[in-house]
Design a protein around this ligand. Structure first.
Ligand code: NAP
Length: 247
């Protein structure tokens, strides 16, 4: 009888919600966290921390731990982990499903410039822009390299390198409210918001605030991830999990 053990690649609120539902239904799960966040919000069930050591490391892990199904619930921008999971799962040896929230789309009143990377985002900002930068600590370099930009770089963890004097690092974690986002933008004279298209409700307030305040948005498009069954609803994902694990 094959194992029914599930590995959830987490690090997101969605991953925590998926773990909670599967634990409640008695499934044998383990969630993996990259270990980059110092005080992560922890999901229900068993946990492991840290990288696997590339594709080969993940392959060995899946074999040694008797994993039958991997649920990739990483952030839409965690492209490397998703691609490693695709390669390590091989041609159907270990099943792989992905959860991915719907991306945000521009609506009436939004002033968005769509770009393909953080590098491009930095290049389209006009000289003198006072920016609310919410790209995370890995993508700061192209913005910090431009001495004609300034603003607030918001992130959960302290960045590895000291920011230049025209930038202030604000350490905070979602969820945020529209009121607090408006206050942050108004009090700091923000002219531009730079964000990855993460989707989801926990960080959407900044987009509503930008619309209300006429702040221009530079939206970084998601990277392409491997072609596997993708679910944008946790309910649908759980149905699929139960479907593939049923005898
Ligand atoms: P990444 O660039 O795709 O992954 C880099 C490496 O980190 C992977 O090759 C893997 O190391 C390790 N890793 C990533 N996720 C892991 C996990 N869940 N469990 C074990 N190892 C993991 O990903 P990232 O952008 O660094 O993101 C790291 C984590 O933060 C992810 O879990 C993601 O969901 C979360 N996150 C990312 C963002 C973002 O904007 N990128 C935002 C919020 C949360 P090995 O090759 O050694 O296995």
């Amino acid at each position: 009888m094959p194992s029914d053990r599930i590995l959830i690649l987490g690090g997101t609120r969605d991953g925590r919600e998926i773990a909670e539902v599967l634990v409640a239904s008695g499934r044998n799960i383990i969630t993996s966290l990259a270990g980059a966040t110092q005080q992560p919000l922890l999901p229900s069930g068993a946990l492991r921390f840290g990288g696997f050591g590339g594709v080969e490391g993940l392959k060995s892990y899946l074999k040694n731990e008797g994993i039958r199904l991997v649920v990739d619930a990483t952030h839409p921008f965690a492209a490397q982990m998703s691609s490693h999971a695709f390669e390590a799962c091989g041609a159907g040896e270990v099943l792989l499903l992905r959860f991915e929230r719907q991306p945000w789309t521009a609506g009436e009143g939004d002033q968005w410039t769509d770009v393909g990377s953080a590098m491009e985002a930095a290049s389209v900002l006009p000289s003198g822009a006072h920016v609310l930068l919410t790209t995370g600590r890995k993508d700061l370099e192209p913005f910090f390299a431009r001495s004609d930009l300034s603003g607030i770089a918001r992130m959960i963890e302290q960045p590895a390198a000291e920011p230049p004097g025209n930038w202030f690092v604000l350490r905070d974690r979602p969820p945020f409210t529209v009121e607090s986002e408006v206050r942050l933008m108004v009090e700091n004279g923000i002219t531009h918001l730079v964000t990855k298209n993460a989707g989801g409700s926990a960080t959407e307030a900044k987009l509503v605030a930008a619309r209300e305040r006429g702040v221009e948005v530079v939206m970084i498009a998601r990277p392409t991830k491997p072609d596997v069954p993708v679910f944008a609803s946790i309910g649908h994902l759980i149905v699929a999990v139960e479907g593939v694990l049923s005898p």
